[in-house]
Design a protein around this ligand. Structure first.
Ligand SMILES: C[S@@+](CC[C@H](N)C(=O)[O-])C[C@H]1O[C@@H](n2cnc3c(N)ncnc32)[C@H](O)[C@@H]1O
Length: 305
């Protein structure tokens, strides 16, 4: 039995792959289109033609599919066999015969990573904080970025005491039976959406638009809620820690979207300048990703902590 499955059975890890496999049933051209748009926006590109794209912790495989649609040569891996199955299902349905490799592997497995090479885009959205060794996983991902390429990652925001409460909730969820799990999901959903009546009233009065939702990436509210409440192991970080760590690994900040100091992920696009040290030997690159369409540089926004 593989290590990931053993941890799930011991209640030490959320069954991410099972959740993604269920989500994959909902994937349609509309969600693929939305996911493709979210990649384009964050990377500041029109397409990824001729680029290599590594999807670290690919989950459902939706973003690998989006990268393929943008013209990239895609390699995807996930530690969870069911996630690998889900991505393979999306490839069969939406991209048969695509230049897209999918396999089971861990970002913490040095032996596996040694055979990968380097990539124009290393995509690790919502993954590194679920490995059980976030900074080691971050360093490993950074090491896979080719000169001129980028690491696009999203990491849970450190909310101090509140993050510690969520850690306890998630740990409990994975060690419990269906009844306690159901109660934890209901209570968490009520807490997270406690401001909805007020927001709804505000929208009614001002005619304002909907707030950003998981649908902005083509995801589903229900599966994202399960992933949030169950998502364990769980670690958090502050933007200043991530930016400093990236600099130490030879990556510059190109794009930052924070969750405003609240609950959720901060998104980072971090670039390895051409000619810099820190990339793998023999790294292949199609050139500076920034030349493709012009990234959208952003200054770090204020962070309450
Ligand atoms: C929250 S999901 C994110 C999935 C996908 N990146 C997305 O944006 O939808 C986290 C994924 O990371 C995977 N994962 C956790 N630890 C991992 C590891 N050490 N190596 C590779 N994948 C891992 C999980 O199995 C899960 O599919």
């Amino acid at each position: 039995m593989d290590d990931n499955l053993l941890q799930i059975q011991r209640g030490e890890r959320f069954a991410f792959g099972r959740n993604w496999n269920a989500f994959a049933d909902l994937v349609d051209e509309g969600r693929v289109h939305t996911a493709t748009g979210s990649l384009r926006t964050a990377l500041g590109v029109e397409d990824l033609a001729g680029r290599t794209f590594l999807d670290v912790g690919c989950g459902s495989g939706l973003f690998s599919l989006a990268a393929h649609r943008l013209g990239a040569r895609v390699r995807s891996f996930d530690a969870d066999a069911e996630a690998v199955e889900s991505a393979a299902r999306l490839r069969r349905t939406f991209a048969p015969g695509a230049a897209w490799t999918i396999e089971q592997g861990s970002i913490l497995d040095g032996g596996y990573l040694a055979g990968l090479g380097a990539f124009d885009v290393v995509y690790a959205w919502g993954v590194l904080h679920h490995t059980g060794a976030m900074w080691r996983a971050f360093d490993a991902s950074a090491g896979l970025v080719a000169p001129g390429g980028v690491l696009f990652t999203a990491l849970y925001n450190d909310q101090g005491g509140e993050s510690r409460v969520w850690t306890a909730v998630k740990r409990r969820y994975n060690r419990s039976g269906p009844l306690v799990r159901g109660a934890l999901i209901a209570a968490s959903a009520a807490y997270i959406h406690r401001s909805w009546p007020l927001v709804g009233l505000g929208r009614l009065l001002t005619g304002g638009s909907r707030p950003a939702s998981p649908r902005a990436r083509g995801m589903s509210r229900w599966h994202d809620m399960l992933d949030w409440v169950g998502g364990y192991p769980f670690e958090v970080s502050k933007p200043e820690q991530v930016i400093a760590r990236a600099r130490a690994r030879g990556l510059d900040l190109l794009y930052l979207k924070t969750c405003g100091g609240g609950l959720g992920c901060n998104e980072y696009v971090l670039r390895r300048p051409i000619g810099s040290a820190g990339a793998r030997e023999g790294a292949e690159t199609a050139g500076d990703l920034a030349y493709l369409g012009g990234p959208r540089p952003q200054t770090p926004q204020g962070h309450p902590r």
